[in-house]
Design a protein around this ligand. Sequence first.
Ligand code: CU
Length: 150
Amino acid sequence: MRKLITLSILLLSFGMVSAVNAKTCELEIDSNDQMQFDKSEMTVAADCTEVKLTLTHSGTMAANVMGHNWVLTKTDDMQSVATAGMSTGLENDYMPEDLSKVIAHTEVIGGGESTSVTFDVSELSKDVHYSFFCSFPGHWGIMKGKFIIE
Ligand code: CU
């Protein structure tokens, strides 16, 4: 019985510690038929352990014509990931087969749709430059921005 009580106390303490340390921060970004995001910079507080990112598309054009996704990489990896994703098609959300350089990404959506992704940011550093972009072919040159850990 004593063992059981000790175990319960341990579990309870662990649960409390987890609850204190875990913080999910929510971010929203909109995209449109003019091939634009409504933000060129997104900031996450350093104490966020997880981000829930919601992407909306306020246009009306279909995903195969003006589809958008939201992809996060180190800024240094943006070009290679965007280039590798270009040829994989809408069915693969224009994401490269090798996702090792991708920190997070949503699916591609069309006008009137929305999607979200939740990902771990506890390993991201404020000393590293990160960028978000849309990997739909031809979009990332314009549809990109800085992702900053404060
Ligand atoms: Cu796009």
